[in-house]
Design a protein around this ligand. Structure first.
Ligand SMILES: *Cc1c(COP(=O)(O)O)cnc(C)c1O
Length: 359
């Protein structure tokens, strides 16, 4: 079911950035955005693409007080054949609805949501940058918008999509990151909202991230919230390890975000003949593998970076080096293959890359 989308074009289009090497991440936005309102007694209504700008919001709105907010992150790519493409967009729509269900926010029709994304990307196609490694980042978000302070599941909500041209994540090649293992703060617990992509999870993770940065580390490796024993994620990415030729990644136990890059990496690795174990993986087991020289590679996965090699791990006052602080061959192969599919440079045997329009 498609939503009936009205389109109001801007009369004052912005100049598009000319130097694509300075795009960075999420700093500039395109000329238009998508908005749609929800009321319990009407369902979704007033679907519209309008000029980009502030969204007037009631000061008592649920989103300000009780954190009823979820989001997605995906990219539109300018592909080698001149088309604009999305990568597994239905996965993002399904995850948005799973997050919505967890936070008692209204879900969106799958076909309708894909149509919203397609129409917005098509309208903004000239904003999809051209340089290698660049893309148009899409940020769909959905929040509770009841204009009163009672705590309850919401009856009013807003769904919005904004777009931002983003630069190549790796300006200077795929550099390994240094990671501090966090044994105090936790990101999520089972039964909580860890598997939902909600803003509150990020708010709760900022303190540990800031502490790690102050010590000179790029990101935090999160442990489980009960025993501080099992590895969960790295920063806002999923994490994978290559040990004795096998791949190990934390199972989706409820506190781990089900990444689409994670899922794609697992499917690719299995298609290449690798054993991929999704299971509980303890920090002891990690250090055992490190100390016995069996840890071959470690990397994070996520839409922004695709894969991010881990070069250093810091835990309980000690620093350890992984794969000589260099990108490992399998990490590199995963990066090359995933990006080749995303930018339409390679065959796409899985049908992951979905055409939106001609560029
Ligand atoms: C979005 C996100 C990921 C990565 O998901 P992708 O779909 O691969 O981009 C991993 N962990 C957290 C906490 C996230 O928010």
């Amino acid at each position: 079911m498609k939503y009936d989308i009205s389109i109001t074009k801007t009369t004052n289009p912005a100049a598009r950035p000319t130097d694509e090497s300075k795009l960075g991440f999420g700093k500039i936005f395109t000329d238009h955005m998508f908005l749609m309102d929800y009321a319990a007694d009407r369902g979704w209504y007033n679907a519209r693409i309008v000029p980009f700008g502030p969204i007037p919001t009631h000061p008592a709105s649920t989103v300000f007080h009780y954190g009823a907010e979820i989001f997605e992150g995906m990219k539109a790519y300018r592909a080698a054949d001149g088309t604009i493409r999305l990568f597994r967009p239905l996965e993002n729509v399904r995850r948005l609805n799973q997050s919505a269900e967890r936070l008692c926010l209204p879900t969106i029709d799958e076909e309708g949501c894909l149509d919203i994304l397609n129409q917005l990307v098509e309208l903004e196609r000239d904003w999809v940058p051209h340089s290698e490694g660049t893309s148009l980042y899409l940020r769909p978000f959905l929040y509770g918008n009841d204009p009163h302070l009672g705590v309850h599941a919401v009856s009013n909500a807003v769904f919005a999509v904004i777009c931002s041209p983003v630069g190549a994540y790796y300006a200077t090649g795929l550099n390994p990151v240094s990671i501090a293992i966090e044994s105090e703060d936790v990101r999520a617990v089972r039964g909580g909202t860890g598997y939902a992509k909600c803003g509150g999870n990020y708010a709760a993770s900022l303190r540990a991230g800031k502490r790690a940065e102050e010590k000179g580390y790029n990101q935090v490796l999160w442990l489980d919230g009960v025993e501080r024993k099992y590895i969960e994620e790295v920063g806002a990415m999923n994490v994978m390890f290559k040990i004795d030729g096998k791949i190990v990644t934390p199972a989706l136990t409820g506190s781990v975000l089900p990444g689409i890059t994670r899922k794609s990496a697992i499917e690719l690795l299995r298609s290449w003949g690798y054993d991929v174990e999704e299971r509980l993986f303890s920090v002891e087991e990690l250090f055992d593998a490190l100390e016995n020289g069996r840890l071959e590679e470690a990397w994070g996965t996520g839409t922004a970076a695709v894969v991010s090699p881990i070069g250093h791990l810091f835990y309980n006052g000690k620093e350890y080096t992984v794969s000589d602080n260099k990108i490992g061959p399998l990490t590199q192969r995963l990066y090359d293959e995933l990006t080749a599919i995303q930018w339409g440079r390679a065959e796409d045997p899985f049908g992951w890359s979905v055409k939106v329009c001609h560029g």
